[in-house]
Design a protein around this ligand. Structure first.
Ligand SMILES: CC(C)(COP(=O)(O)OP(=O)(O)OC[C@H]1O[C@@H](n2cnc3c(N)ncnc32)[C@H](O)[C@@H]1OP(=O)(O)O)[C@@H](O)C(=O)NCCC(=O)NCCS
Length: 202
């Protein structure tokens, strides 16, 4: 269900199929590290035995990046090649525009790992948004991080709609930058915002 929600909410709350054909590969890329290598930092919200939202976290983003490179990238690439994912026109267009953004230097951003070593990724399915579910997940995760002794958390969001939610939950805006990789079908750049919060030691 977490993988399904990830695909349903990928593009600022809208489904990934708009820009990427292959939910299996897309869900692997966004959730595999969290579910398979750090599930202790993940939280789900349930309503009547149905998962309606999740917060996937890592209390150490540096370790997360290292594990991703070591364990996930190559098998995922092989899987995508076997499935023919990279040959879909839609996927080629998406990857080409990501590559262009990379070449233009749009991915450059300050490094916040030292003061904010943890990270998170949160999504709630449409029918259950604005009911307090996201705030509860954030509170549960912050309590967990405090117990773990993490000194801060930061994450990036492309969703301008979600910014008031993060501010309301006491995150501070650390950085903003434009990204052009969705311009080919949105007709405009997106604003990427990095939010963070320091966690006082218990
Ligand atoms: C952003 C999100 C996680 C917030 O969780 P939530 O359970 O909807 O939020 P809560 O009910 O706890 O908090 C309500 C606040 O969220 C914001 N919010 C409400 N509906 C929203 C929506 N559809 N999309 C984004 N933010 C919304 C508002 O700021 C609201 O504050 P208000 O009640 O004072 O107006 C959730 O709406 C969501 O998953 N949205 C779509 C995907 C997304 O943007 N994810 C974030 C990517 S990092």
């Amino acid at each position: 269900m977490v993988r399904q929600i990830c695909c349903q909410t990928a593009l600022m709350g809208e489904p990934s199929v708009i820009f990427f054909d292959d939910d299996e590969i897309f869900a692997d890329a966004l959730t595999l590290y969290f579910t398979d290598y750090e599930s202790g930092s993940c939280f789900v919200a349930e309503y009547e035995n149905r998962v309606v939202g999740y917060l996937l976290g890592s209390n150490n983003m540096k370790r997360m990046d290292q594990m991703t490179v070591k364990k996930i990238v190559l098998p995922l690439l092989i899987k995508a090649l076997r499935r023919g994912t990279l040959l879909h026109k839609k996927n080629m267009a998406f990857l080409f525009h990501i590559f262009l953004s990379l070449v233009k230097g749009e991915f450059k951003a300050p490094i916040f790992l030292i003061d904010y070593p943890a990270t998170l990724h949160i999504n709630i399915i449409q029918e259950y948004r604005a009911l307090g579910v996201g705030s509860k997940l954030i509170r549960a995760y912050l309590d967990y991080l405090k117990e773990e002794g993490a000194k801060g958390v930061h994450f990036a969001t492309m969703s301008e709609k979600a910014c008031p939610f993060f501010k309301k939950n006491s995150f501070q805006l650390l950085f903003q930058g434009h990204r052009s990789y969705f311009r080919y079908f949105l007709g405009k750049d997106i604003l990427l915002s990095i939010y963070g919060m320091r966690i006082p030691s218990g």
